[in-house]
Design a protein around this ligand. Sequence first.
Ligand SMILES: NC(=O)c1ccc[n+]([C@@H]2O[C@H](COP(=O)([O-])OP(=O)(O)OC[C@H]3O[C@@H](n4cnc5c(N)ncnc54)[C@H](O)[C@@H]3O)[C@@H](O)[C@H]2O)c1
Length: 285
Amino acid sequence: MSIKKVVVIGAGTMGSGIAQLCAQQGLDAVITDISLDLSDAAKARIEKGLAKRVEKGKISEEDKNAVLSHITTAGDLTPAKDADIIIESVIENIEIKKKVFSEIDKLARPDTILVTNTTSLSISDMADATNRPEKVVQMHFFNPPPIMKLVEIMPGAKTSKETLKAAEAFAKMLGKDPVVCKTEAPAGIVSRILGQLLNEATWMVDSGVADAEDIDKAMKLGANHPMGPLQLIDFIGIDIHRAKMQTLYEKLNDPRYKHPKLIDEMIDAGKLGRKSGEGFYKYGD
Ligand SMILES: NC(=O)c1ccc[n+]([C@@H]2O[C@H](COP(=O)([O-])OP(=O)(O)OC[C@H]3O[C@@H](n4cnc5c(N)ncnc54)[C@H](O)[C@@H]3O)[C@@H](O)[C@H]2O)c1
């Protein structure tokens, strides 16, 4: 499989990180979203992050410019036409994802593999929105994608062995250390285990057992976790965390995955974590 051009759909936290990762490996990455402004803003964020690394002496100005030269932006799906691989990383909503898959299926070359970075939605549902379900696969990146070593790869019901192998090879090409799930299961490995841990922490805040600071401190000092569970939810995004728990709850039909009302109240109040400036903690600009 020869991959030179990657199209990343969704210019948010994950999409921009995945595009940066691809560009750092010398691949041409196109970031696209519902508007060019959003894609341009993602590229500007990448540039800002790289400039900080230059300031700290971690990379050179030339390195920064080389990465940026591999990233272009778009405001629609037309770049899908000549993509070697397409990575969907739009918001965690199955109807929107199915629509995106149906549209890219019509545009992309027949040999192009279509990847979803969903956290917990059905790969098979997305694959069935296309005429190439055997070429649809999940590659679940971790935040921040340029740094985190793991990529979880998961098939849908009709994903071919070749597609799974190609996804694994692509992850390795990006410098990652992938794991491959044998079958489709909601939320893969890490998110399912971690989801419950994070959920338990939110129930503890909700029922007044301890403050967020103390829950986080306890898990850092007592379990050697590098980050507390509530800090981590803020980092992931409270809306993303809730979507994942809702899917696990519905798909596994298990009350262990239910989230507390506190999470709904925070989302209603616009407290989505770091990205909105406030979650369990308050953040500056
Ligand atoms: N945040 C995480 O830690 C994390 C980790 C792994 C996977 N994921 C998954 O990655 C995906 C994206 O998450 P995120 O955190 O980057 O979300 P985000 O909210 O930061 O970004 C989502 C982007 O999708 C865009 N979008 C919405 N509809 C679109 C459409 N029809 N076409 C093109 N773009 C569209 C939005 O404008 C937005 O820029 C989700 O499926 C999420 O579950 C998230």
